[in-house]
Design a protein around this ligand. Sequence first.
Ligand code: GLY
Length: 319
Amino acid sequence: MAKAVIAIHGGAGAITRAAMSAEKEQHFRQQLAAIVSAGQQILASGGSALDAVTEAVRLLEECPLFNAGRGAVFTHQSTHELDASLMDGRTLDIGAVAGVSRIRNPVLAARKVLEASPHVLFIGSGAEAFAAQQGLTPVEPDFFSTPERWEQLQRALGSEQMLLDHDGAAQESDPLDPDRKFGTVGAVALDLQGNLAAATSTGGMTNKQAGRVGDSPLAGAGCYANNATVAVSCTGTGEVFIRTLAAYDVSAQMEYGGRSLQQATASVIHDKVQELEGSGGLIAVDAHGNVALPFNSEGMYRGFAYVGGEVEVAIYRDS
Ligand code: GLY
């Protein structure tokens, strides 16, 4: 029987203890642990890896601490444009949506694309129409807005910067450096049947131009799963993760290069992404249930649990 396991991330960036209040840190850790635990329970009851990652990412989208779903960042035009993808390692089926602003849970729309469409990726209003046809209740775009993200956009506009991913608020208490935050969320899992799956969801980058799409909805870049090798979900500088085909490169290094999970994931994050001056990380689980959570930023919100094991969560490099 497979060693069933789920891992999640809530983004990577310049996360420092100095800038994190004890209360805020506890809140992040509680949220991460609860979401890992929810995925773990699905796997423990015989649920599929696909169901576990879908539910974990849906819960991350529902939590405004993270840059996906409610709490998503603003574009330069003060709108929200969300991206998500999902991949089934058993069939290599993919579902993805990009540039949506009226779908409460983009990962559920991606799941509908995977299950109910011959296509792989829908964008914008077409994606929203498809989701509505599939029974997902639409929301108004301001459903995603939070005061923290609005302030973050104002700061970015003031400094004429484009802030990466779910760049946070400017307050000193904010756990992430305002200029270096990567707020994508994701989950990877191996189920008791030996199937792998991955899911990724994001609001993108604060102050991004409307129409800009990052790696998160692109299978092979921000998300990949193949039962023969590995399931991967990425967070970080989207353009670099696209240019390096980061998620697929982990799989390719394992399949064609005979590399271990630890070697392949370290190579992608610490060599390939780093060489192009990208920042961020990834979570990965291989077909044997090994887990890797590498990142080249100061921290990454992350957690994992084996079925029957303890829930582990971490934020900083050491814990
Ligand atoms: N990594 C998410 C993005 O760049 O949009």
